[in-house]
Design a protein around this ligand. Structure first.
Ligand SMILES: CC(C)(COP(=O)(O)OP(=O)(O)OC[C@H]1O[C@@H](n2cnc3c(N)ncnc32)[C@H](O)[C@@H]1OP(=O)(O)O)[C@@H](O)C(=O)NCCC(=O)NCCS
Length: 155
């Protein structure tokens, strides 16, 4: 497995992984509620994903293996992680852990001192075990509950 920067040509494949990960892995969050899924998936289109890839001050990283996208993550230079989604076919093989480390490294390289994110219920345990702590009251997120978390990016 390799972790690399996404290019605009990766937008469609990255978008597929985002949509599958949300639909198939985040059941605890959306409970197959069509209204929630519609809101959550609404901005997961190839065009919008491409705009995130091109956005200055934002890094979209992919975990890839033999040409296949295994996971998609994104982080701003200030350390805000806005995406971290693994393909259902690659779950629990250390892919998200490696991608999270790469996202943190990227923010640190760009001068970020704190990594922040809003966790799904599905990934909450994963972030706690990766050193994140709850940093505020739960918030609404596409009709689901989001859990604000942060972690200092020490050198
Ligand atoms: C939970 C999730 C993020 C873990 O990522 P992964 O690539 O499958 O797993 P990894 O092998 O990298 O990480 C393993 C960690 O996942 C967690 N984990 C392991 N089994 C788990 C399970 N059955 N349920 C929930 N978390 C589990 C543990 O924290 C584990 O760490 P440990 O081995 O130190 O205990 C992923 O499976 C998932 O469901 N993603 C859905 C998308 C999502 O919610 N993304 C977050 C957006 S904020």
């Amino acid at each position: 497995m390799q972790i690399r920067n996404a290019t605009p040509e990766d937008a469609a494949a990255a978008c597929d992984v985002l949509r599958q990960s949300i639909a198939e892995l985040c059941l605890e969050d959306h409970r197959n509620d069509p209204a929630i899924l519609q809101r959550w998936l609404g901005n997961k289109t190839p065009e919008i994903v491409e705009s995130w890839i091109r956005q200055p001050g934002n890094s979209v990283l992919l975990a890839v293996d033999d040409g296949a996208v295994l996971a998609v993550g994104a982080v701003t230079d200030a350390g805000e992680i806005s995406l971290n989604y693994v393909s259902p076919t690659a779950r629990f093989r250390g892919v998200s852990r490696a991608l999270l480390r790469a996202l943190e490294d990227r923010a640190r390289e760009r001068g970020g001192t704190v990594s922040t994110l809003t966790s799904t219920s599905t990934a909450r345990r994963f972030y706690l075990s990766a050193g994140y702590a709850e940093s505020g009251a739960p918030t609404g997120c596409f009709g689901t509950t989001g859990y604000p978390m942060s972690k200092a990016l020490t050198l």
